[in-house]
Design a protein around this ligand. Structure first.
Ligand code: ZN
Length: 463
């Protein structure tokens, strides 16, 4: 009697200990689900995410977890499942997308939907992006329910459709028409990762903000004429000059909390040479030369420093002997969070310095603007601690240069954090990255990502 009371007392003090899953017994189950998810062809377009939803629904319902199917298009369903907490905190949303980008099957050593296991990897479209998150989310729900984990907040799981090519049936439908089903204080979704180099975990990243797509066109009108009599006023000539100027321009550098912390922490992990560059960005004397170096050698880092401009399409002319009266270039402009675009266009005009060139913004609203999620919140610290516990690495907050569906949730006031599985830094260059001709993930990474999710979710939502 005394013994059992003491044991009960100890269990009450250490609920986390009592509830830790036996991971060694779960690997086979995790891998079986992961392979099954990869083997479902959910290439977007057309998506057919309902096939993924059918699988996830069966798994969750077999555990006794109720699911809601939320579909704007019956073939492109989202799935929502909720585990109830005691309501003392607002919900946590965990989200993975069920669609994948297209494939050219002729480029694949193993068929893209085979989920072949070979040499410590699993091969298949979606292994990195994003079925590794999907299986981690699903297994976390299964384990929370199986182990009766008491929760301070509801945990909501969403299998999201249409992330890669069409937000209408996915995040836009969920945010605009199913908001009460997914409304949460905190969200975990894709885009972070654990970076491994030479087989060793190096650091982890959590996405807290992203740049916003703000495309625009440069339009030049000029006199038409006979090609045998060249004109200085030729629209093509004016446009070419403007395109070169704007592409070589170094727009004003601006840090936010995320990028400042990113470069500071990256410096601590880097070689003396690299570290000097990262630190030099904060030195007004040294920064211009470093920005030039990054523009030439590190385009991904360069884009973090300012609103960026890439001229990606040019249209002019229709016949060799005709001077065209109009020429235009389409610019992919990626704005820093909070950028004042009116002021930015003014700077562009000054840089181009040619009254013949007009800047025409594309006013279609692609992604809502939103403030960055804080990198000093308790949720961020819980994620940092989870990465440390599972991988033994420090965490860097990151800003995506590309756009993600988290923009829609952040715009609704949700704190969103992009997390992800472990990848070898060398692997993308070998052609096995997300969206590459082939895609693969380390088997170990699949298991560890479930453990990471478990650790993060129990820490953020557990009682
Ligand atoms: Zn993705």
């Amino acid at each position: 009697m005394r013994f059992s009371l003491a044991l009960l007392f100890a269990m009450a003090l250490c609920p986390a200990f009592a509830q830790t899953p036996d991971w060694s017994k779960l690997d086979a189950e995790i891998m079986r689900h992961f392979q099954a998810l990869v083997q479902i062809d959910s290439t977007d377009p057309p998506g057919n995410e309902t096939k993924v939803v059918d699988y996830v629904r069966k798994v969750l319902e077999a555990e006794g977890i109720a699911v809601t199917i939320a579909a704007k298009d019956p073939a492109r369903a989202n799935l929502i499942a909720r585990l109830k907490g005691n309501g003392s905190k607002r919900p946590l949303l965990i989200m993975g997308h069920s669609d994948t980008v297209r494939v050219d099957a002729s480029k694949w050593t193993f068929p893209p939907f085979s989920a072949t296991r070979q040499g410590g990897y699993v091969y298949g479209r979606g292994t990195l992006d994003d079925k590794s998150d999907l299986v981690a989310d699903m297994m976390t729900m299964v384990l929370l329910h199986r182990l009766h984990v008491p929760l301070d907040r509801d945990v909501i799981f969403v299998s999201e459709a249409g992330e890669e090519a069409a937000t209408a049936p996915g995040i836009e439908y969920l945010v605009n028409e199913r908001w009460s089903d997914i409304d949460a204080e905190i969200c975990l979704a894709e885009t972070g990762s654990v970076r491994r180099r030479n087989g060793k975990s190096f650091y982890a990243t959590i996405q807290t903000t992203e740049k916003q797509p703000k495309p625009a066109r440069l339009v030049v009108k000029g006199p038409a004429g006979h090609g045998s009599r060249p004109l200085r006023a030729n629209a093509v000539v004016h446009l070419s000059r403007a395109v070169e100027k704007i592409a070589m321009w170094d727009p004003p550098m601006r840090f936010n909390d995320t990028t400042r912390s990113y470069f500071e922490k990256l410096a601590n992990l880097s070689s003396p040479e690299d570290a000097a560059r990262y630190k030099g960005l904060f030195d007004t004397q040294k920064a211009p030369a470093i920005r030039e170096y990054f523009a030439e050698n590190e385009p991904g880092l360069s884009s973090l420093l300012h609103t960026s401009i890439s001229p990606n399409m040019i249209q002019a002319g229709y016949q060799v002997n005709v001077i065209p009266s109009q020429a235009e270039a389409t610019l992919d402009i990626r704005a820093l969070p909070g950028e004042d675009m009116t002021a930015f266009y003014e700077l562009m005009r000054k840089e181009i310095n040619d009254p013949a060139v007009e800047i025409v913004p594309d006013t279609r609203n692609r992604r809502p603007s939103a403030a960055p999620s804080p990198s000093d919140s308790s949720a961020f610290h819980a994620l940092e601690a989870a990465y440390q516990k599972i991988y033994g690495v420090t965490t860097l907050p990151i800003m995506s240069t590309g756009a993600t569906d988290m923009a829609f949730l952040r715009a609704k006031g949700v704190q969103c954090y992009g997390v992800g599985a472990m990848v070898d830094d060398e692997d993308a260059a070998k052609g096995f990255g997300a969206h590459s001709d082939q895609e693969r993930i380390l088997e170990e990474s699949v298991y560890k990502h479930v453990q990471f999710y478990w650790q993060a979710v129990t820490s953020i939502a557990g009682h």
